[in-house]
Design a protein around this ligand. Structure first.
Ligand SMILES: [Zn+2]
Length: 214
């Protein structure tokens, strides 16, 4: 069932015993059917739906479709929430969690995006990277930097070569400072599978990585 259908169901007064006829006419009737929820519960749900201001349209997030739920094997997806703080400011949060595609009762929980990035940065040293893909990206970045030094700052002497690069330092830098597209590109260079479990990320094939570094 699509998430939008669930939202629609949560907003149908029919389940607490009333219906409107004709639709949108403002004429409400009490049905002969047995309500399956109380009016109080219905009102509480509406209040919650309004408070969270959950954004329902599909948005692009940096790390969706690249992580697997460690409990049920579904994908991991993101949702965005806006929460009003006491001082009136609205704060945007991004949460990652199981899509429940394989287990509707999966209890893997949620992780905020900043915690997820922290978790990824901690994994970078152990991750099996497609170094070639990352090297090409780094090469473009160095060329861009040198053009900037030469043409904008007029400091050709400050140009850098890419001979002594630490790709893992570069990867961590992208995770912290990169755009969404750059983060997605970086994750597409990973060879290890990322698993979301116990509110943290782990790598699936730990034994392969051990034999590689041994
Ligand atoms: Zn799951």
């Amino acid at each position: 069932m699509a998430l939008s259908n669930i939202y629609r169901m949560l907003q149908r007064p029919f389940y607490h015993g009333v219906y409107e006829y004709p639709e949108e006419s403002g004429h409400w009737y009490t049905g002969k059917h047995k309500p399956i929820i109380t009016k109080e519960l219905f009102d509480k749900v509406q209040e919650q739906l309004n408070r969270d201001q959950i954004v329902r349209e599909n948005r692009e997030f940096a790390f969706t479709k690249m992580i697997t739920c460690g409990l049920c094997g579904s994908g991991v997806t993101a949702q965005e929430k806006y929460k009003k703080q006491k001082n009136g400011n609205v704060h945007r949060y991004i949460y990652y969690g199981c899509t429940w595609a394989k287990d509707l009762n999966c209890k893997c929980g949620y992780l905020r995006e900043d915690a997820l990035i922290e978790s990824l940065i901690n994994l970078i040293d152990k991750i099996d990277l497609n170094e070639l893909g990352l090297k090409n990206k780094f090469h473009d970045e160095v060329m861009r930097y040198n053009r900037f030094q030469r043409n904008v700052l007029k400091r050709p002497g400050n140009e850098k070569s890419e001979s002594d690069i630490d790709l893992r330092v570069y990867a961590k830098y992208i995770l912290k400072e990169g755009s969404m597209v750059e983060k997605r590109e970086l994750l597409s260079c990973l060879r290890s599978r990322l698993i979301f479990k116990d509110k943290a990320l782990t790598l699936e094939k730990a034994e392969n990585i051990d034999s590689r570094t041994a």
